[in-house]
Design a binder for this molecule. Structure first.
Ligand SMILES: NC(=O)c1ccc[n+]([C@@H]2O[C@H](COP(=O)([O-])OP(=O)(O)OC[C@H]3O[C@@H](n4cnc5c(N)ncnc54)[C@H](O)[C@@H]3O)[C@@H](O)[C@H]2O)c1
Length: 532
C-alpha cells in the first residue's frame, strides 16, 4: 500500500469519517495474484444471510419519502402520483424551497400535501418516521450513501438514483445492511426499462441471438448544457457544481450503470454467471481541465477523470462486456447497447437494428419472402414483426401509460411501476443490492486498474458464494394473474379513497391557511390530515 493511501486510511479511521465518496475508498485493501490486483472481500458477518431473491411482506399502499428534489427528483414525485396504491408522505431537499415547490405536483394531482424536510440532515427525521415504507433518493452523488444508510438503519426500503454507491466501502455497507435488515436496496437504473432494451432482453432470453457472448454499453452524453445547473454545496468553495467537482476528483467510469445495467441482465450476472475481471483505460483530460480552468480562473492540473473512459469486463463463463463513459466531448448521445450472439446481433445506437440469418429469423417465428442476410440489418417489415412478437410483457402492461406519463420516453415510469408492483405483491425486485454493487463498483475497480498501468483487477463476488443459485438466469418476477388483478384493484381503490378524502377534508385549503403560521390554522390542518 502506498504511504499516501496508508495515511488516508489512518486519518479516516481516526476521524471515523469513512464516508468519503470519491471512487477510491480509503478502506479498500488488495493484494496481487499473478499480475492481477485482487481487492479483498470482507467476510460475511456471523448470523447474516445473503439476500439473493429477497422477498418482503406485501405492502398494499407504498408510502414514499423523497430526498433530493433538484432537476431529477420532482419528476419522480410526479410519476408516483400516477402509480396506484402509493402516497407521497414527505419531501426533502437541502434547499427548503425545492421541497416546498413539489407540493404543487401533489396538489394538481389531487393527492394530499406531504411533510417538508430540509437542510443537510433533514433526511434523518424523514427516515425515522414510522409511516414511510420506501425512501427514494435523488440527491447529488455525495449524499446517496448517507441517506440510503440512514433509511436502511431505520427499517425502510430504499431506492437510489444512479450511481447508487460511489465506492466499495459504501457498496459493502449497503450489502451488509440489506442482508441484516432483510430490506430492499434498489438501484434506480431506468435504462433497463427502455423499449429497445426490454424487447432485446426478451429475444435474448428466448434464444433469438443464440448464445450471447459479448455486449457493449455506454454513457456518452456531453453535459455542457447542464454543468452550471447542478447543485452547488454552499459549504464547498470549488465554484463547481457537484458533478464536475466529482469528475475532477475521481477516476474510473463514475457513471457506468446506464450502459452496464441492461447488458448485465442479458448476461445473467449473479444468476448463473458473474463478472470476474476488468481492465480500464482512460484518455487524458482535455475538456474537463479546460472547463475548471475557465470557471475558476485558476489553471487546473489535477483533473482525475479522463474525457473518455473504457472498461472491459470478463465473466466466469468467458463472455466480454465493453463499457464506455464520456460526458465531455461533443458528440451525439449514445448508450451503444450492442449484443453479439452466436446466431445474431442487436444494436440500438445510433439506429435500432437487428441482424439474423433467414434460418434464424424463421426459427424466431418470422417467415418472410424478403431477401435476408446477416451481412446487413433486417429490413423494416421484418424488424417490426420481430419486435412485435417479442414485445416484453412488462411493456404490454405499462407501455401505454408510460408514453402518457413520460420520463425519458416512459422508461422512468415503467421502472417506478415495477418497483411498486414488486413491493405490493411481495416479489423479489428486478434489481437487487448485488446488481447495485456489480454495476457501481466499476468506478473504484476501474480507478484501481488505471492507477496501476491499466492492470487486470479481480471483481469481488458481492453475493459471497451465491452468484450461481438461480438456474433460470435473470427473470422478472410476476404474481399470478388472479393475485395481480386483486392487488391492482386494491391499489386503485386506495388511491381513489385518498383523493376523495383529500377533497372532502379540504386539505389543501387548510394547508394554505396553515402557511400563515397561525397556531389555530396549524392545528386545524394537522387534525384534518390525521383523518386521512
Ligand atoms: N437515471 C437517470 O436517467 C438520471 C437522470 C438525471 C439525474 N440522475 C441522477 O439523479 C441524481 C440527482 O441529479 P440532478 O440532476 O437532479 O442533480 P441536482 O443538482 O439538480 O439535484 C441534487 C439535489 O440534491 C439536493 N441535496 C443535496 N444535499 C442534500 C441533502 N443532504 N439532503 C437532501 N437533499 C440534498 C440538492 O439541494 C439538489 O436539489 C443524481 O444521482 C443523478 O446522477 C439520473
Amino acid at each position: 500500500m502506498s504511504s499516501l493511501r496508508t495515511l488516508i486510511v489512518a486519518l479516516s479511521l481516526l476521524t471515523g469519517s469513512a464516508l468519503l465518496a470519491q471512487s477510491l475508498s480509503p478502506l479498500t485493501t488488495y493484494h496481487w495474484q499473478e499480475g492481477t490486483l485482487v481487492v479483498d472481500t470482507p467476510a460475511r458477518p456471523a448470523g447474516q444471510q445473503h439476500a439473493v431473491q429477497l422477498t418482503t411482506p406485501k405492502i398494499a399502499q407504498v408510502r414514499v419519502g423523497f430526498v433530493g428534489l433538484g432537476m431529477r427528483g420532482p419528476d419522480a414525485v410526479a410519476r408516483y402520483t400516477q402509480i396506484a396504491g402509493t402516497r407521497v408522505m414527505a419531501l426533502c431537499d437541502y434547499e427548503e424551497e425545492r421541497a416546498v415547490a413539489c407540493q404543487k405536483i401533489l396538489r394538481e394531482a389531487g393527492m394530499p400535501p406531504a411533510d417538508i424536510y430540509c437542510g443537510e440532515t433533514g433526511y434523518e427525521a424523514l427516515c425515522q418516521r414510522p409511516d414511510i415504507d420506501l425512501v427514494y433518493v435523488a440527491t447529488d452523488w455525495e449524499h446517496h450513501f448517507p441517506v440510503a444508510k440512514c433509511a436502511l438503519e431505520n427499517g425502510k426500503h430504499v431506492a437510489i438514483e444512479v450511481p447508487s454507491a460511489m465506492n466499495l466501502e459504501q457498496i459493502w455497507t449497503l450489502i451488509d445492511l440489506a442482508e441484516q435488515k432483510r430490506l430492499h436496496c434498489m438501484i434506480l437504473e431506468n435504462c433497463c426499462y427502455d423499449w429497445y432494451e426490454m424487447t432485446a432482453l426478451n429475444m435474448a432470453q428466448q434464444g433469438v441471438f443464440g448464445e450471447v457472448i459479448r455486449a457493449e454499453g455506454a454513457y456518452i452524453h456531453t453535459l455542457d448544457p447542464y454543468w452550471d445547473h447542478y447543485w452547488k454545496n454552499p459549504n464547498d468553495d470549488s465554484m463547481l457544481g457537484w458533478r464536475m467537482k466529482y469528475n475532477r476528483e475521481s477516476r474510473g467510469d463514475v457513471y457506468p450503470t446506464h450502459g452496464l445495467g441492461p447488458v448485465a441482465q442479458v448476461m445473467n450476472i449473479h444468476r448463473g454467471d458473474r463478472f470476474t475481471t476488468l481492465v480500464a483505460m482512460d484518455t487524458k483530460s482535455v475538456h474537463g481541465t479546460e472547463f475548471v480552468s475557465e470557471h475558476t480562473g485558476k489553471p487546473c492540473s489535477d483533473f482525475r477523470n479522463g474525457d473518455h473512459t473504457t472498461t472491459l469486463l470478463r465473466t466466469q463463463l468467458g463472455k466480454v462486456v465493453e463499457i464506455q463513459h464520456n460526458v465531455m466531448t461533443p458528440q451525439p448521445y449514445n448508450r451503444l447497447y450492442k449484443i453479439t450472439g452466436s446466431r445474431g446481433y442487436a444494436t440500438k445506437y445510433p439506429e435500432e437494428h437487428y441482424s439474423l440469418s433467414k434460418e434464424q429469423l424463421a426459427a424466431a417465428g418470422i417467415q418472410t419472402e424478403a431477401k435476408i442476410s446477416y451481412h446487413s440489418f433486417l429490413p423494416e417489415t421484418e424488424h417490426k414483426a420481430l419486435e412485435e412478437r417479442y414485445r416484453h410483457p412488462i411493456l404490454k402492461k405499462y407501455g401505454e401509460m408510460a408514453l402518457e406519463v413520460g420520463g425519458h420516453g416512459g422508461m422512468d415510469y415503467i421502472m417506478d411501476s415495477r418497483l411498486v408492483y414488486c413491493l405490493q405483491n411481495g416479489l423479489p425486485l428486478d434489481m437487487d443490492v448485488y446488481d447495485l454493487a456489480e454495476w457501481c463498483c466499476l468506478a473504484e475497480l476501474g480507478a484501481l486498474s488505471i492507477d496501476h498501468n491499466c492492470c487486470a483487477v479481480a471483481f469481488p463476488d458481492f453475493t459471497r458464494g451465491h452468484w450461481n443459485d438461480i438456474p433460470t438466469g435473470f427473470r422478472h418476477a410476476y404474481a399470478s394473474p388472479a393475485d395481480e388483478a386483486a392487488t391492482d384493484e386494491a391499489a386503485r381503490q386506495l388511491t381513489q379513497t385518498l383523493k376523495d378524502n383529500t377533497a372532502k377534508l379540504g386539505l389543501w385549503q387548510l394547508y394554505d391557511k396553515a402557511q400563515t403560521g397561525k397556531k389555530s390554522a396549524l392545528k386545524a390542518y394537522d387534525k384534518a390530515k390525521a383523518k386521512l
